[in-house]
Design a protein around this ligand. Structure first.
Ligand code: HEM
Length: 264
């Protein structure tokens, strides 16, 4: 465990030499260890803003249940915001935190050893830990694809790429393969967020004893079911309203309250 000590002891016992070796060993240890502050920031960024964004995003997407015009009304509201404000919001509140969370999360996952598959350690906590890493990888792949084909396509080809009709067409063609991928993507994102909330409470010292941790675990389980159903409801909405709707997303005026566009 203290291999660095033996390295220092083996070095000529001059003061300057000891100090130099100590510094080099300390720096290499610091670089190879997870950083305490970065790990805390990673945990925070998963809940706020990324988790918060996901819940509001799925809530607004579930307007598909109320019909194409309601869904397009939401898209139209965001389109009506001044372009520079929308882009700044996207970069600061979504893309940068999401990228940081994904990159640092990959680093943490690459260091973790999952022992669930060893006969001795098949505990539910270990299974949850393994699933959290797995769901993180699936969620990441889903989100890369999702953001490129929604926001990316919108900036490249215009808003039609993210209107109700475009999603409806994608989900009902090619043997429903994209619909299935979305069901899985939503499930992975939801599990990752809800188990992440349980982790967050421990890391930030909110749940310190076992009883509190068990209670939050139950709460996370319930939240997982609710968030998954919310996301799946958005997808089912595309199946129960097969027509693309009559709404023109550009008819929503800048500064008009969201409720006004949705009440039309
Ligand atoms: C339930 C199915 C989903 C639908 C129908 C959907 C729909 C959309 C749409 C229409 C956009 C483009 C918004 C715009 O640029 O105007 C978008 C972007 C995005 N979605 Fe989803 N989404 C779904 C699931 C998810 C999930 C589970 C997540 C997980 C966090 C997610 C995260 C994002 C992110 C990060 C963006 C980029 C936001 C931006 O750059 O403005 N989406 N989605």
């Amino acid at each position: 465990m203290f291999a660095w000590r033996s390295k220092i002891e083996a070095f000529p016992k001059s003061h300057a030499g000891m100090e130099a070796v100590g510094k080099i060993i300390f720096m290499s240890m610091a670089l190879s260890r997870e950083n305490y502050l970065l790990h805390k920031l990673h945990s925070l960024s998963g809940v706020v803003p990324v988790g918060f964004y996901m819940i509001q995003h799925l809530t607004l997407n579930s307007f598909t249940i109320a019909g194409p015009d309601r869904f397009n009304g939401v898209i139209g509201f965001f389109e009506s915001l001044p372009k520079h404000i929308l882009l700044t919001l996207e970069i600061v509140a979504i893309w940068v935190p999401l990228l940081f969370h994904a990159v640092y999360g990959t680093y943490i996952a690459s260091r973790a050893k999952s022992n669930y598959f060893s006969e001795k350690y098949r505990w539910s906590q270990n299974r949850m830990f393994f699933l959290q890493r797995l769901s993180g990888i699936v969620a990441f792949m889903f989100l890369v694809y999702h953001i490129i084909t929604t926001t990316g396509a919108k900036y490249a080809n215009g808003v039609k790429a993210v209107e109700y009709a475009a999603f409806q067409e994608k989900f009902t063609s090619n043997g429903y393969i994209f619909l299935v991928l979305y069901f899985i993507g939503v499930l992975a994102c939801s599990y990752h967020l809800c188990y992440g909330i349980w982790n967050f409470c421990i890391r930030w010292g909110i749940t310190v004893n076992e009883k509190a941790q068990m209670n939050v675990q139950k709460l996370s389980g319930a939240l997982f079911v609710a968030v998954t159903l919310l996301g799946w409801a958005a997808l089912i909405g595309f199946l129960i309203h097969p027509k693309g709707g009559t709404g023109d997303v550009h008819s929503v005026q800048a500064g008009q309250p969201l409720t006004a566009s949705l009440q039309r």
